[in-house]
Design a protein around this ligand. Structure first.
Ligand SMILES: NC(=O)c1ccc[n+]([C@@H]2O[C@H](COP(=O)([O-])OP(=O)(O)OC[C@H]3O[C@@H](n4cnc5c(N)ncnc54)[C@H](OP(=O)(O)O)[C@@H]3O)[C@@H](O)[C@H]2O)c1
Length: 321
């Protein structure tokens, strides 16, 4: 009996390894690659969360293309180290790091006023930062559920505070890094500070929130020469999965895209001249793809926007969109 069990286990393990191997090869051959050599000289890119993962690979690529890059980093010391490495690697010295904690309204306000004082334009704003919790419920300094605060309310407030500079920088682009998993979650308009909801699920809710916010933003910015588009990077092995336990972490490591592959769509949407006039679109593996109907509900998106304005405590003296 023991020998039979061992044999079955061995077959299972070999099957699993072959499965992962085949998946790995399939992934490598189908992953979207942005192969254009277009440059970004003279362009300024502001990216949140450039310290690691997809953000870091985006910074690396855009630095090679000659962009001036503002890295909005929660951990300023890590940001400085990353900046120095990228300068060394690419020879592009035009990279600066500014402190930004998206989960804090005060930090978003401080960061924005610094940017408005020091920058003449922003050609591309990339909302890349994101966090996910497994089961631990966390509250931001403003009393908001942490995942919603970081992934939706912070970027929402930041976009408002920078909008006048963006309008002065046209044509310009706003990119929002969402996820294909927006499909499985719904924003509950009756519970926009969901402190009691399972945090893991809320990550997906925030990715739906990203698209609802972005579609309403694209609508409000129609004819402004500012485009708004969404990125689905695919499943990528990055620090966002650092708390995934063994043996699932092996699955993440060997069957997901690496960060460079995952960053390709963000890079394409930042750079490609072909996308100059596209707005309100969703891109995955360097291709435009369709959004599900449920997320295109104008009435719900407008209501979500109006409620978000109250939650981020936007003042009448702040820029309105
Ligand atoms: N990896 C995937 O499979 C996947 C799939 C779909 C979508 N995405 C999205 O892709 C984006 C990038 O994620 P990633 O996979 O590259 O993960 P990552 O390596 O963990 O990067 C996330 C970045 O967000 C920053 N961040 C987290 N909380 C922040 C806060 N309060 N204020 C400012 N920055 C904050 C992190 O900064 P620290 O360095 O300070 O932690 C980090 O630089 C996220 O929006 C994520 O939702 C990822």
């Amino acid at each position: 009996m023991f020998v039979i069990l061992l044999t079955l286990l061995a077959y299972l393990l070999v099957g699993l390894m072959i499965g992962i191997g085949v998946w790995h090869v399939w992934l490598r051959t189908t992953v979207g690659k942005f192969q254009s050599d277009e440059t970004m000289t003279g362009k300024t890119v502001l990216i949140t969360g450039g310290n690691s993962g997809l953000g870091l690979e985006t910074v690396r690529d855009l630095a090679r293309r000659g962009a001036r890059i503002i890295m909005a980093s929660r951990k300023i010391d890590v940001g400085m180290k990353v900046r120095d490495e990228i300068i060394e690697e690419t020879g592009n010295k035009n990279i600066i790091v500014r402190k930004l904690d998206l989960s804090s309204f005060q930090s978003v306000r401080d960061f924005s006023s610094e940017i408005l004082k020091t920058e003449k334009k922003i050609d591309v704003l990339i909302h890349n930062s994101g966090c996910a919790s497994t089961s631990k419920k966390r509250k931001s300094v403003d009393g908001l559920e942490m995942t919603m605060a970081t992934n939706h309310y912070g970027p929402f407030l930041l976009t408002h505070l920078l909008i006048d500079l963006l309008k002065e920088s046209t044509p310009c682009r706003i990119l929002i890094v969402s996820s294909a998993y927006y499909k499985i979650a719904r924003v509950d308009l009756n519970n926009l500070n969901p402190l009691d909801t399972f945090p893991f699920y809320l990550y997906y809710v925030t990715k739906t929130a990203n698209i609802m916010f972005g579609l309403e933003l694209a609508k409000r910015l129609k004819n402004s020469n500012i485009t708004v588009n969404f990125i689905n990077p695919g499943m990528c092995s990055t620090a966002i999965f650092k708390k995934v336990p063994f043996p699932l972490n092996l699955l993440v490591k060997y069957s997901f895209k690496n960060a460079k592959e995952g960053a390709q769509t963000t890079i394409m949407c930042s750079v490609s001249k072909l996308l100059q006039n596209k707005s309100g679109k969703y891109f995955s593996d360097c291709r435009e793809t369709s959004l599900m109907n449920f997320v295109k509900d104008d009435v719900k998106n407008k209501k979500f926007w109006e409620e978000s304005i109250k939650i981020v405590q936007l003042k009448s003296t702040d820029p309105q969109i």
